[in-house]
Design a protein around this ligand. Structure first.
Ligand code: PAF
Length: 288
């Protein structure tokens, strides 16, 4: 285990063995362990998850691993922002005790052949537009949860479908961890914090906040009992008129399993959307 002594007081584990030794030491001392998996390029949204983990546990581990298996060849794996020293500093300031920052070979050693699929909740929405993603997420999250063996793990509601996929994965594999959702952190204009916001030009940034406003309109209308199909169609148009180049989907779905509604919303629901400005794809969602 090494320490980024010049930049932060945070200990860094590079190997699964180093991670396990530290976590086992805490457990022997009777401490509860919280875990926050990330792909780095940390912002206030991630730090809020670390603080939430801190409230639920005595010790917090965060991982930074840009998982190649969840990117399609055409996606932004190469240009995904990487800033480990800054991430370590931010994690330490938020109360994290250990950064797990493995190299690709520590997660996917030569010969690695296992893939986890979570059927059903993965299939639609993000799964339809990014077929690679949830298999890659499920595989790496299963590994990380087995490696870190935390009592609780915190995942942001910003990636709402991912949160449901992980809950299903944990239930199906009997992983002994409690999954805690972390509320989305937003800019003043409503834009959900995301590492990919860094790609936006100042003009695109002005437009980006309108996605959340459109979803807030949709949620309001759904609560009033308007037909879901009409709201979805109008919201696609509203996002386009706001200046987005294209809309992958706007969907009002059951909050537990993402099943579609026929007619109006008749239970706990979520409105979810993905839209593109230039080369940047943004996602967001709100409760109804
Ligand atoms: O949400 C993310 O940052 C990633 O999908 C995760 C959960 C860390 C898995 O790589």
């Amino acid at each position: 285990m090494s320490s980024l002594a010049e930049t932060s007081p945070l200990a860094v584990a590079r190997t699964v063995q180093a991670l396990r030794e530290t976590v086992q030491g805490w457990r022997k001392a009777g401490e509860r362990v919280g875990f926050v998996p990330t792909m780095g390029a940390l912002h206030e949204g991630h730090l809020s998850l670390v603080r939430l983990a801190r409230e639920q546990a005595d010790r917090v581990v965060a991982s930074v691993f840009v998982n190649p298996k969840q990117f399609a060849p055409t996606e932004d794996l190469d240009r995904y922002p990487r800033q480990e020293a800054e991430d370590a500093r931010l994690l330490a300031s938020a109360g994290c005790d250990l950064l797990f920052a493995p190299g690709p070979e520590a997660i996917y050693p030569p010969g690695f052949s296992t893939a986890i699929t979570v059927a059903g909740v993965s299939d639609d929405l993000e799964g339809a537009f990014r077929p690679q993603m949830f298999g890659g997420v499920a595989t790496v999250v299963a590994k990380l949860l087995i490696q870190a063996a935390p009592d609780v793990a915190v995942f942001g509601e910003k990636d709402y479908q991912q949160l449901l996929v992980i809950k299903r994965l944990v239930a199906d594999l009997d992983l002994p961890v409690r999954i805690v959702p972390g509320p989305t952190v937003r800019e003043d204009d409503g834009l959900a914090l995301s590492s990919r916001n860094a790609y936006l030009t100042p003009e695109q940034r002005m437009i980006a906040g309108r996605l959340n406003l459109a979803l807030a309109d949709a949620a309001r209308r759904a609560r009033k009992g308007e037909p879901v199909a009409v709201i979805e169609k109008d919201t696609v148009a509203e996002i386009g008129e706001a200046g987005f180049d294209s809309v992958d989907y706007v969907a009002i779905r059951d909050a537990e399993d993402l099943a579609p509604f026929v007619g109006a919303v008749n239970g706990p629901a979520r409105v979810l959307a993905a839209a593109r400005i230039g080369a940047t794809r943004l996602i967001d969602n709100l409760p109804i």
